[in-house]
Unconditional design. Sequence first.
Length: 94
Amino acid sequence: MYFLHHLAQQATAVSTLVVRVGIREMVADITQEFQLAAERKSVSLVVEMHGQNSAVYADIRLIERVFENLIENGLRHTPENGRVTISLDGDAQG
């Protein structure tokens, strides 16, 4: 968690706001934003969620951008009729 915050401070000149972020809800929301683009390319965009809803402490804008970049890259580099899978495995120990 410290690493994400430290990395964010180095990467941007603006201040960061580190908060507790529920990964499950955030990824579901971001994935929904990319569904239409995936359908247009005939790519299945699938989210697999296992375990509990883990949370991280991060700047929500930056962590959202990480997931957006990963999904964008997945869609860009996946051939037609392919599949992009986001798999979340919550840590029961928090």
